[in-house]
Design a protein around this ligand. Sequence first.
Ligand SMILES: NC(=O)C1=CN([C@@H]2O[C@H](COP(=O)(O)OP(=O)(O)OC[C@H]3O[C@@H](n4cnc5c(N)ncnc54)[C@H](OP(=O)(O)O)[C@@H]3O)[C@@H](O)[C@H]2O)C=CC1
Ligand SMILES: O=C(O)CCC(=O)C(=O)O
Ligand SMILES: [Mg+2]
Length: 744
Amino acid sequence: MSSDPTIIYTLTDEAPLLATHAFLPVVSTFTKPAGIKVEQSDISVAARILAQFPENLTPEQRVPDALSELGKKTLEPDANIIKLPNISASVGQLTAAIKELQAKGYNLPDYPADPKTDEERAIKARYAKCIGSSVNPVLREGNSDRRAPKAVKEYARKNPHSMGEWSQASRTHVSHMTHGDFYHGEKSMTLDAARDVKMELVTKSGQTIVLKPKVALQAGEIIDSMFMSRKALLAFYEKQIEDAKNTGVLFSLHVKATMMKVSHPIVFGHCVRMFYKEAFEKHGALFDSLGINVNNGMADLYNKIADLPASQREEIERDLHACQEHRPALAMVDSAKGITNFHSPNDVIVDASMPAMIRAGGKMYGADGRLKEVKAVIPESTFARIYQEVINFCKWHGAFDPRTMGTVPNVGLMAQQAEEYGSHDKTFEIQEDGVANIVDLATGEVLLSQNVEQGDIWRMCQVKDAPIRDWVKLAVTRARNSGMPAVFWLDPYRPHENELIKKVKTYLKDHDTSGLDIQIMSQVRAMRYTLERVSRGLDTISVTGNILRDYLTDLFPILELGTSAKMLSIVPLMAGGGMYETGAGGSAPKHVQQLVEENHLRWDSLGEFLALAVSLEDLGLKTGNNKAKVLAKTLDTATGRLLDNRKGPSPKTGELDNRGSQFYLSMYWAQELAAQTEDAELAAKFAPLAKQLAENEQKIVAELLEVQGKPVDIGGYYKADDAKVKAVMRPSATFNAALESFAA
Ligand SMILES: NC(=O)C1=CN([C@@H]2O[C@H](COP(=O)(O)OP(=O)(O)OC[C@H]3O[C@@H](n4cnc5c(N)ncnc54)[C@H](OP(=O)(O)O)[C@@H]3O)[C@@H](O)[C@H]2O)C=CC1
Ligand SMILES: O=C(O)CCC(=O)C(=O)O
Ligand SMILES: [Mg+2]
């Protein structure tokens, strides 16, 4: 490793990875004159899978464990990482990725869904590391600061996106459990001293089963024990399915099976089985023998019955359809292709799906391709209530107006696997009725105890003290720098949050809060308070735990800006470095489909532009590299021009897309660098490039547009062919030549 100031740029998946193929050459070219090195770190799901099985691969096929290395880097004070969104894979996506890699000659083992031998269990355990949120919890060694930059907010005000109308008579609503969910039985405590604990189940028959032999806890750490009752969940689903049928609204399930990767697939699967209850009762034994697991969605069922004799398959299909006859209509993910909300647990992800529904005036698509009112089923009441509050507000006041509404930045607690991020290896589906205990290993003292039944989901969450202190500090800093009031969304009736409230009150005293408006409110009140301000054009910082960080940083951007792609998303790493995430959204799988079919990429790289500017600024400040500071400043101005001139990508094929938008950013950036007077060397260096790009603007844009409208081959999905993707993503010979001659 060289000692040059370095930016690490992640290679991820789907749309952001495609965009990176076009943008990285620009980044490397522009930063080189400042002596900045740009390194790549491939943390795509394909690379993560390959890194798990070196012994199965030829030396040429092996890849380093880039995620672990990057995780270590986040603990170093000079870390400067640009993190793009990555797939948090469902089992369906994982198996598809394995299949693609096997077909490409990688000798990977099949995914053993139901392992029988120790060897299969070991393989499953390795693959488990690639499922769900397994990147972000490793890299997010700091809390989160997400906001709409001023220029972006101004742009949204001047160019409002369309918003569906809300009627006061709308029957759209949120349904959540009112007992038996994680919220209701939660127990929480703050550790008086460091302790090692285990998680165990003492069964009714007197057996003790150790589920997690050791968790090392620190002094001051908050731990929780909570469970979701299977019986209560099933009764809830039955009632809601019936209610949606009787009232004639769409039934739509919203979970986060990716981030809550152990609990939510189970919660999802119960809903699917309840919906198709009679068919599952009739064919349950066959489904089991086929290894069907609808925790992975109906897609798993349809795939696995595909090879049955036609008569048997048709009978199953008839029985499934018969269930649908007396069930409510389902919300559709893709009505043209008949893909419902139950197809796959990663198709409808609550953080993005609920705001999209609210933005559409409380409607989702039915099977006929029309927008309809909906029962949004979000079983866990802990956070579901915020959405009902937004719906109440919209029904009363009408849709928000992006031209006038205020902004809601977020300061989110997530560092060191806070809250749900750290719960994956501490979440269990209970096999037998009994008592679930968290026990001090040294003394045998039972710290937290729950009565659980077979099928309940029991989990332990943790949040360490240092991240809480850091989060409070970040909230105060943001309130001071922005002049906005800050609200901690904490519910004193929830034991975990009650523990947090005590700490927040204590740690606020460490800071000068004079003149600041900092309040603590339970979620529903905080939402109401924030929305009342939003509708008056007033800004309010939301300071939240991890899940609300996730939910609110899609909700408000989607309402305010039309998308969360335009957010500035910073993770000030606790060790001193910085990670700059690109927007608050995900990897937009639909965009890949459009690129492959029509060679148009509607992915907006604005998040990347914003992230790169703060990354350069930070690098400049920390290393004293003035050229980096100039690059940062000019990039910001260029991004402002990009917005003013409306050179963002259009969703429509045949119009400017991601590549065109990146060209304009490059041209404006080169022009700003050439025009600035702080660094004459940089100005002289960039002047010819600025001239060349401006002179060739029409030609380059024409070259970028003329390729559109036809299908393209990128040689794969999870591991596309590098050369093919590069060719597709860099189709302008004139633009490529300009960058190359500049770099030479
Ligand atoms: N930080 C991370 O690593 C994150 C990863 N994810 C992962 O991303 C995947 C997809 O998640 P999903 O819930 O569908 O959410 P996404 O945010 O990826 O997509 C939802 C919709 O948002 C719009 N969108 C998002 N980003 C952009 C962008 N840069 N430019 C233009 N439009 C954008 C698109 O709308 P339209 O279709 O109208 O163009 C898209 O279809 C999952 O695998 C999930 O786990 C999700 C969130 C964060
Ligand atoms: O980690 C994940 O799976 C997704 C995270 C996410 O949606 C977010 O950080 O906004
Ligand atoms: Mg999110």
